[in-house]
Each structure stands twice: as structure tokens, then as C-alpha cells.
Design a protein around this ligand. Structure first.
Ligand SMILES: [Zn+2]
Length: 420
């Protein structure tokens, strides 16, 4: 009998407090759709679904022919399942963690170090930076999804400095003027942005809380009087302030782009890119690491010096932060989100209605497949597995999966892998 190379996984749910509550959460909907015995607790946050072999959330294998209990254990026994190149380059580990996120309350504003900085930080502060790896991330919206990402164009930041005097007060006139006078020369722009941002992050707590309270009071009054508060980014300011009162992150919204993704649109967060997830449901894929440097909207430690030194102070418009997927010229059902890092790619497979058979192609990488919509029998000798919304399959390298589709509205699948 052929060895089992394709099997279903039961994945780990993380109930972080920022998650969407009960049935509002896509994570909750997916797990209850996959397993009818799951009862959603309507008071409980369902923040993340971890589809991978991370030690803090190793997926359980649902195949009684396999003696290992978890995916991590199985990969350790069968490293060849990773694919020959992946196995060698990533030392026998699955290089990515695949997730679904349901965000109700903003996550902290943060950035992740590149590999070089990660090695240095881990050596200096192993408690704060637990590993030596970089942590590039990609988010693909499942529902309308909102985040902060990268520095805004200078004109926008200068506009806020003019319109929001409390923000100007936190930055100070010297740095603000430097930014106003920097346009045109990218080197000067970066220096001026860094200076402004560093001033804000180093502003004495009482001073910025005073300014923030004044700003919130003013915007509330303007809103009550029926005035448009867009010039102060009033709606987002009030929302974040209600979640994190007195937090410096409320001013960070004047520096960073507010990016809105429609379902299927993606955002790639490379090293040193400041970002925060604000609201919505998404697929996320990342390199295996826990290295995060925080910048606000958090009760956790902010390492101001590391943060201000590491960030990429490269302004760009919000539209430039949407990461394009590329249609596979050989398969009209497939679009690939292939970020400029070796650790992971995500493939979107959208099979139209009326198609009855579809072959999930073999690749020289282990992959994890999540069903968002549709129903099928998945055949990969010697296995035959019924899959439906919420199902998660592990597919070993070079295995093909033949889908006999049993739904009238087609299928939508996301597959994380490592294309080298
Ligand atoms: Zn992040």
C-alpha cells in the first residue's frame, strides 16, 4: 500500500482577547462548519486558527492510519515530505505558519526585524526576541479588512501636522519644519520622517496624553456639531482611543497609511515595515518566528530605540501597499501571492461552478490547503477524504489531489507552500 501523504488536520484555535466574538468570527464559523460537534461559545473571542506545526499550536492529524499525533511529530519522522529543497534549506522544518485571523480590536502597531537584526536582537535580549529568524507576513482579506501599513506620503503627514495642532505639538516645530522642507530628496525625506517619528515615540508620557485628550475632546465636539472630522482622521482616532485610551498609537495613525482590502486583496509586510491590523477577517501566512517590535496600541513593552532605528522610513501611498497576486498562465483557477521572501507563498484556487473535477497540482513543497467554500471528495491514493468549508488538508511534496466537486457554487481554496 502506498504511504499516506495527504491527510486532514484539526487545527488549534487561539482565543486572544482582540478576536471577533462568537459567530461573528470567521475562525469560529470555519471550525464549526468543519466539525458539527463544535459548539461556538457566543461570549468568547475566536482570534486565530493556526494551521501548521508551530510548537505553541501544532495541528492534530485526523487519520487513524498514522501513528504520530501531530503534524510536527509527523514531519520530524518524515522530513522528505517537505520537498527536497525545502528540507535542506529550512533544516527539516516546515518554514511557514498558515493562519486565519478574525480581528475585532486593533492589534499592536509593530514591525518585524530582518534576519540580520533578528540574530543581533536575539543574542542581546533573548527574553524579548525569542528566536533568530525574520518574520515576514502576508494578509489576504476574507472579508473587508482594514490595517495600517507603511509611512504615508509626506504631503499627507504634513497635512495632518497643519490640521491637527495636537499632533504638531507632540512632534515639535523643529522636526515638523524639517519634514515640510524635505520634499523631493528621498534621503532628506527619510531623515526627516525618522526625526519626527522618533520625537513622537520619545515624547514624555504626560505631554502626549494631555495632547491626545485635547485632540479627542476637540474631535468629539466637532463630530457632535455635525462637522466633518476627516482632516483629523476623526473616525479612526476615536475608535482607537476607545480601545486604547492614552496610547501613543493613537497618533501613529497620522504617520501610517490606512489600508482597506477587499476580499482577495493582500498586504505583504516585509522586514521593518510598520503595520497594524485594525479590523476584519483574513488569511495570514508568515515565516516561523515570534520576533515583534511594538510601536503602540499595546500594554506590552515598547522597545523605542530598536523600533525607531529599524523602521523603513519610505513614504508611499496606501494603494502601493496592496500586494498583487499573479494569475497562473496554465491554470485559470489559480492566482499566486508570491512575496519576495523564500519562506512562503499562498495560492488561491477558485474553481467555478459547473466544474466537476479539479486537480490540485503537485509541487515540490509540503503545503496546507484550507477550504473556504464548496464541497468535494479529495482523492490522493491511498486516501479518499470528504472536504468542505473549514476543512484543512496537509499535502506532502509531490502529491496530487484529485477533487470530485459536489457543490453547485464552485470552490474557494487557499494553499500555503514554499516555492523555491
Ligand atoms: Zn506583524
Amino acid at each position: 500500500m502506498a504511504a499516506v501523504g495527504v491527510f486532514p488536520l484539526k487545527c488549534v484555535v487561539q482565543h486572544y482577547a482582540w478576536g471577533k466574538i462568537g459567530s461573528d468570527s470567521e475562525v469560529a464559523k470555519l471550525i464549526s462548519s468543519d466539525d458539527s460537534s463544535v459548539v461556538i461559545e457566543q461570549e468568547k473571542p475566536y482570534a486565530e486558527l493556526w494551521m501548521g506545526a508551530h510548537p505553541k499550536g501544532d495541528a492534530v492529524i485526523c487519520d487513524n492510519r498514522i501513528s504520530q499525533k501531530t503534524l510536527g511529530q509527523w514531519i520530524a519522522e518524515h522530513p522528505e515530505c517537505l520537498g527536497s529543497k525545502v528540507k535542506d534549506i529550512f533544516q527539516g522544518q516546515l518554514p511557514f505558519l498558515f493562519k486565519v485571523l478574525s480581528v475585532n480590536i486593533s492589534l499592536s502597531i509593530q514591525a518585524h526585524p530582518n534576519k540580520e537584526l533578528a540574530v543581533q536582537l536575539h543574542a542581546q535580549f533573548p527574553d524579548r526576541y525569542p528566536d533568530k529568524n525574520h518574520k515576514p507576513e502576508m494578509a489576504i482579506a476574507l472579508t473587508p479588512f482594514e490595517g495600517l501599513c507603511g509611512f504615508r506620503p509626506v504631503e499627507e503627514i504634513v497635512g495632518f501636522l497643519k490640521n491637527v495642532r495636537e499632533f504638531h505639538a507632540v512632534i515639535g516645530s523643529e522636526a515638523a519644519e524639517m519634514l515640510e522642507n524635505s520634499t523631493g530628496d528621498p534621503g532628506k525625506v527619510s531623515d526627516a520622517l525618522k526625526k519626527c517619528f522618533t520625537r513622537m515615540m520619545n515624547c514624555e508620557k504626560k505631554a502626549f496624553v494631555d495632547q491626545l485628550n485635547k485632540l479627542v475632546k476637540r474631535v468629539l465636539e466637532e463630530a457632535a456639531a455635525g462637522k466633518d472630522t476627516a482632516a483629523s482622521n476623526g473616525e479612526l482616532l476615536l475608535r482607537l482611543h476607545s480601545q486604547f485610551p492614552g496610547d501613543v498609537g493613537c497618533f501613529v495613525i497620522y504617520f501610517l497609511n490606512q489600508v482597506k482590502l477587499q476580499p482577495g486583496e493582500a498586504m505583504f509586510l516585509g522586514a521593518n515595515e510598520p503595520h497594524a491590523y485594525l479590523n476584519g477577517d483574513c488569511i495570514e501566512c508568515m515565516a516561523c518566528s515570534d520576533n515583534t517590535v511594538r510601536a503602540g496600541l499595546t500594554p506590552k513593552l515598547i522597545d523605542v530605540h530598536t523600533l525607531c532605528e529599524m523602521l523603513s522610513y519610505t513614504p508611499a501611498p496606501a494603494g502601493a501597499k496592496i500586494f498583487p497576486s499573479v494569475r497562473d498562465p496554465c491554470d485559470p483557477c489559480v492566482s499566486v501571492y508570491d512575496p519576495p521572501v523564500p519562506d512562503f507563498s499562498v495560492i488561491k484556487i477558485e474553481v467555478p461552478s459547473a466544474v466537476e473535477r479539479y486537480m490540485v497540482s503537485s509541487i515540490d513543497s509540503a503545503s496546507i490547503l484550507l477550504v473556504i467554500r464548496g464541497k468535494a471528495t479529495a482523492k490522493a491514493a491511498p486516501s479518499q477524504i470528504n472536504i468542505h468549508r473549514g476543512s484543512v488538508l496537509f499535502i506532502a511534496a509531490n502529491e496530487r489531489v484529485d477533487l470530485c466537486i459536489d457543490s453547485t457554487d464552485g470552490m474557494l481554496l487557499f494553499r500555503a507552500c514554499c516555492v523555491l
